[in-house]
Design a protein around this ligand. Structure first.
Ligand SMILES: Cc1cc2nc3c(=O)[nH]c(=O)nc-3n(C[C@H](O)[C@H](O)[C@H](O)COP(=O)(O)O)c2cc1C
Length: 196
């Protein structure tokens, strides 16, 4: 696929226990022909290594604001401009709050503030964190500004509680991205989208 027609995405990965599922998202989108630039928060790196995403996307992974090769053309602004879509999956309560209030103290939130691309957010957190009025207000504010939310879904959470807070199924997140990018839809079953 030529560089000029290839769709580009930023996949933002944050410090949720569901961060490992972002590897499947990155893999499926890359296999669908999307150029995926993964941007991780410092806390995301505690859950999954950048190496995993580099191997899956064949792209460098951004983990900080201060790794710029060319400070005159900062990577975060370049990625914000080049992306056809920004997906944050999983999105923590913390990153939703930062997005809602326009904070930009790391590469991911700086990109989110600088971009004009559509933004899709897949929250994942403990059910009480999700239902907290602060998180609900932040999510509503983001939606009122055009940010699209996918999930969370109800189920057994990693913290041991049942509740609303699980990351939306990976295959459906991938399909939503492909629809937004106009790249068609590939296999509904996880196996076809997610093959290793
Ligand atoms: C084991 C563990 C699991 C966590 N899982 C989540 C989670 O699923 N969702 C969430 O919002 N925060 C979760 N947190 C808290 C976040 O990691 C914390 O708020 C962090 O500051 C988020 O940083 P970030 O939004 O910059 O990635 C978890 C923390 C720990 C220690």
């Amino acid at each position: 696929m030529s560089e000029t027609t290839q769709k580009r995405m930023v996949l933002g990965v944050t410090g949720s226990i569901a961060a490992y599922k972002a590897a499947e998202v990155a893999s499926a989108l890359s296999k669908a022909g999307i150029l995926v630039d993964v941007v991780m928060t410092e806390e995301a790196v505690r859950f999954i290594t950048p190496l995993t995403f580099t191997a899956l996307t064949h792209r460098p992974v951004v983990t900080g604001l201060w790794e710029e090769e060319q400070p005159s053309r900062p990577t975060h602004i370049e990625l914000a401009d080049a992306a056809d879509l920004i997906l944050v999956a999983p999105a923590t309560a913390n990153v939703l709050a930062k997005m809602a209030h326009g904070l930009a103290d790391d590469a991911l939130t700086a990109i989110l503030l600088a971009t004009q691309a559509p933004v899709l957010v897949a929250p994942a957190m403990n059910g009480k964190m999700w239902s907290h009025p602060a998180t609900q207000a932040n999510a509503a504010l983001l939606q009122s500004r055009g940010v699209e939310m996918i999930g969370p879904e109800a189920g057994l959470l990693a913290c041991g509680y049942e509740g609303l807070g699980r990351l939306w199924p990976v295959a459906e997140i991938v399909q939503r991205c492909l629809r937004i990018l106009g790249s068609g839809v590939i296999g509904v079953a996880g196996s076809e989208v997610m093959g290793g």
